[in-house]
Design a protein around this ligand. Structure first.
Ligand code: NAD
Length: 511
């Protein structure tokens, strides 16, 4: 049986060990989730929301303790853990309390006149067992929000949290024990890649995955074997475009926060900064001053905590070293002592970078802010879009029309104008990527409905003995359809007596 070690990355302190789930446990967990689905899917939405209200109260009452535990697991400062893990989860619960009834109730839709007297509606039906496979950078909320969304929609859930942050997986398991849900409704399977693979092999009814592009592709390939629907929330290389009429101080504050929050381990962090050449010297001076003032530490009295995953440090170092070797300049930071085993990386600003460097191409996922200039709007859009990723982007201008024009030309699932990252915080907005950043959306009405099968239901009163399109086929039917097509859809409406006669005779055949 494989064992995971629990460790505080900021201090190196060992927090114990945890056994990975065995194949037998994974199988039994799936059986139990399937068994629980039969009754959970029949509970009313109000009952399901009652559980969420209890969970919200628990999170509010224990929020600071929980944030500290998440900090111990990730090395992030506790204020960040509170704001981005606890607050966002609580806020999402309240959003569901207020809106889930509207988003999940059956929705009437119009029915074409030719289908008279039928009526149509969409019914949102739970899918079954949803597998949520989550990453380590926001190990609490990136697990909790999909889990809660799946539950609200009437599914049972199996969560496979990241093996890099197993303590948060344990914490989530305890949370659902503290706010007890019926047995089998939410289960947590601890472990790494093999446990994730085995979970997919158990054929859940939907897979909600957040993580890297490479793993996303593997999961999608495995899911294709059984045509399991997948939703993939993957990486990013998010651009920030600062136009010459932006509020410079605000943009500089945002660039520093957007690049260094959570030590840059954010799928939506600012990983490429494009600044108009006319404001570049002033802007660079501002971001340098602000970044130099950041305090690194743990768990508080600091802005920037430690890195969470030792593997990620290798990638960050490689990107920075390649950039420096190719002529980039580290305005601040940039030195990663080879011998040090510290998990704290210095916030780094790089200039003289070029689009062919890894630092401008691949996801770095560390506290690095590379900056390039542009001379006109179209060039900025072209540079921003020249990436395989498309998760989030930001555009900065005091001119709303101009900012919108640029925002709508960006190849990105989410765009912020005069802000960074924050689109995720609005639960009314769907979230997800384009290009290599993923498939599907969660959050917002469509994101909740994505945890259901949208069943199209059309209803005929059932009082006529047949329909015009049914057997036996007749010459009148042919005339009726050709005549109707001309009447309804031709450039110029045509109508003739022969068709009217055919319609009359066909109508009589209906009753
Ligand atoms: P990862 O892909 O290494 O792992 C994610 C999860 O998948 C983990 O739980 C892991 O155990 C599991 N896993 C790994 N291989 C598997 C397999 N073959 N089958 C089933 N499960 C498997 O990602 P990570 O390093 O934990 O997370 C960082 C990545 O996540 C970054 O690329 C980041 O951009 C991305 N991310 C995306 C979003 C988003 O919303 N789009 C949010 C956060 C993080």
């Amino acid at each position: 049986m494989a064992i995971l070690s629990l460790q505080n990355p900021a201090t190196g302190e060992s927090l114990g060990t945890l056994a990975e789930a065995t194949p037998e446990q994974i199988h039994q967990t799936m059986e139990s989730a399937r068994g629980a689905f039969a009754s959970w899917s029949q509970t009313s939405l109000s009952e399901r929301l009652d559980y969420l209200v209890r969970l919200r109260h628990y999170l509010v009452e224990h929020g600071e303790e929980l944030a500290l535990q998440i900090s111990q697991d990730t090395g992030k400062v506790t204020l960040e853990a509170f704001m981005t893990e606890i607050f966002v989860t609580v806020d999402t619960i309240r959003f569901y309390e207020k809106n889930a009834h509207r988003m999940l109730s059956s929705q009437k839709v119009p029915t074409n006149l030719v289908l008279w007297p039928k009526k149509s509606y969409i019914h949102y039906k739970p899918m079954g067992v949803v597998a949520v496979i989550s990453p380590w950078n926001y190990p609490f909320q990136l697990a909790m929000i999909p889990v809660l969304s799946a539950l609200v929609a009437g599914n049972t859930v199996i969560l496979k949290p990241s093996e890099v942050t197993p303590s948060t997986g344990l914490l989530i398991e305890e949370l659902f024990r503290a706010v007890p849900l019926p047995k089998g409704v939410v289960s947590v399977l601890h472990g790494g890649r093999e446990v994730g693979q085995a979970l997919v092999t158990e054929r859940p009814d939907k897979i909600f995955f957040t993580g890297s592009v490479a793993t996303g592709k593997k999961i999608m390939a495995a899911a294709a074997e059984h045509l399991i629907p997948v939703e993939l929330e993957l990486g990013g290389k998010d651009p920030m475009i600062v136009l010459e009429d932006a509020h410079l101080e605000r943009a500089a504050n945002a660039a520093v926060w957007g690049a260094f929050t959570n030590s840059g381990q954010v799928c939506m962090s600012v990983e490429r900064l494009y600044v108009h050449e006319s404001i570049y010297p002033d802007f660079l001076a501002l971001v340098t001053k602000k970044a130099s003032a950041l305090r690194q530490g743990y768990p508080d009295q600091a802005e920037v905590g430690s890195m969470t995953s030792p593997q990620q440090i290798g990638i960050v170092r490689q990107h920075v070293e390649e950039a420096l070797a190719k002529g980039a300049t580290a305005v601040i930071g940039g030195q990663f002592p080879v011998t040090s085993d510290s998990m704290f990386l210095p916030p780094t600003i790089l200039t003289n970078v070029t689009s062919d460097m890894k630092i401008m191409q691949e996801e770095t996922f560390g506290p690095i802010l590379p900056i390039m200039t542009f001379s006109h709007e179209e060039e900025a859009i072209r540079l921003a879009n020249a990436s395989p990723y498309g998760l989030n982007a930001s555009v900065w201008s005091r001119d709303k029309t101009r900012a919108r024009r640029v925002a709508e030309k960006l190849e990105s699932g989410n765009v912020c104008m005069n802000d960074v990252i924050i689109s995720y915080a609005n639960p009314y907005l769907p979230f997800g990527g384009v290009k290599s950043s993923g498939i599907g959306r969660y959050r917002g009405p469509s994101g909740l409905q994505a945890f259901t099968h949208s069943i199209s239901i059309i209803h005929d009163p059932g009082t006529r003995k047949r329909e015009v399109n049914w057997y036996p086929y007749t010459e009148d039917q042919r005339r009726l359809f050709v005549g109707l097509t001309d009447f309804l859809y031709a450039r110029k409406r045509k109508w003739n007596r022969g068709v009217l006669g055919a319609i009359w005779r066909e109508l009589k055949r209906l009753f």
